[in-house]
Design a protein around this ligand. Sequence first.
Ligand code: AMP
Ligand code: ZN
Length: 469
Amino acid sequence: MQLYNTITRKKEEFRPLNPPKVTMYMCGPTVYDYFHIGNARSFIMSDILRRYLQFKGYQVKFVMNLTDIEDRIIKKSIDANKSADEIAGLYSDAFFEDIKKLRVREADLYPKATLHVQEMIELIKDLEKNGSAYNVDGDVFYDVKKFSGYGKLSGKKLDELEAGARVDVNEIKHNPLDFALWKKAKPGEPSWDSPWGKGRPGWHIECSAMSTKHLGETIDIHAGGNDLIFPHHENEIAQSEGVFKKQFVQYWIHFGFLNIQNEKISKSLGNFFTARDVLARHSAESVRLFFSQTHYGGPLNFSDELLTSAQKGVDKIINLAERIEQLLLLDNENGNVPSFNIQNFLTEFEKVMDDDLNTPQAVAVIFDFVRSANKIIDENEKLSKKSLIEMKSFLQKTAEEVLGIVHFDELKKNNQPSLEEDLLKLLVDLRETLKLEKNYKLSDEIRNRLNSLGIILADSKTGATIKRK
Ligand code: AMP
Ligand code: ZN
């Protein structure tokens, strides 16, 4: 399987350190608000990557952190007159509710920053000891000049970065690019004891500490949105490699940004659609299909119309799934076994997904399959159970397990016929009686009017069979 690695700027063969185990870390939410539909894109695409690795037989340990102490949380807590803990608690709960609704599979762990402050302090102490960090009166900074690889992820050179950096008048840092590892406590802010006095960790050290603690010093995959490449991930590398002196991450995966009408999602532009707003209008499956129809690495524009049209695609898959389930209820042990090579579709699905997770092509393979399967069902009065089970299994492996756009255990259950089915049966029985009574005018009218509704009655010796157009 090939994956595009941000740090080498090319597609590379994926070779985890200890196969079949894969360690994967995803930068999770800062829990200061409901997350928006742009965040949802990153959460869903990381979920699809993880699911696909599982499909390939890897045992993935997937960790997504919760940033529950950060500037934005403190600001919100002051604005809302609540404690930072209350704000983080409220929006963590909302986060779990929303990702569940989006069918994002639960991570193996959701470490919280506030429960790892000691680990962060240890890392900062090590950085200070080896000369990579300095303390200015209770604020501790990372000295980027001490890390020769600084800029290797974002592809920027230190002097270019320095030229572009904003210099604060009250600068206490040695270099404008140096970043905070530990922030001295300000009145009213949450704080922890440390060797540098009371304070709180900087955002970047949170992820270095939590990923090392739960996944080790070198991890296979580290993922997040594009916006995190610089400075967040660049700084994570400087911190972790600055302490452990070994490669921090094998494969850096970044998700393209979701925009709304080509604008960045932001509160001030009034286009901050929360995932819950969107889920009140659209299904999770349509959101997932919509995201899957574009490669994860590129930008994507969001609109309600696009989700409505994605729903039509979801419906096509659901219709086929329901059709298969319905046919499986019949006794069709001796049905036809059409020459329909499902394995070819599966091979094609895997081939395109192996090419840097080409979900748009994978979706195209699924729709090709849907068309072919429907045609085969139409053409064969009876299909063998084996063929139907194979069809079901293709959809389960691809559309359900990997993309999460259909859910077999939630399909309409047709063991109990619906009223529509009952009424249809009633009409067909009535027509049989009319035919026996030689009332062909009325029996033909029933057949013609059903035909105009898309229901085709084909007479046979054993009675009429029903087909849908
Ligand atoms: P945050 O809560 O802002 O730290 O973001 C949580 C995750 O969503 C991170 O992995 C971000 O990179 C990602 N993210 C933020 N905004 C967008 C966006 N508009 N499109 C895609 N991903 C985003
Ligand atoms: Zn992070």
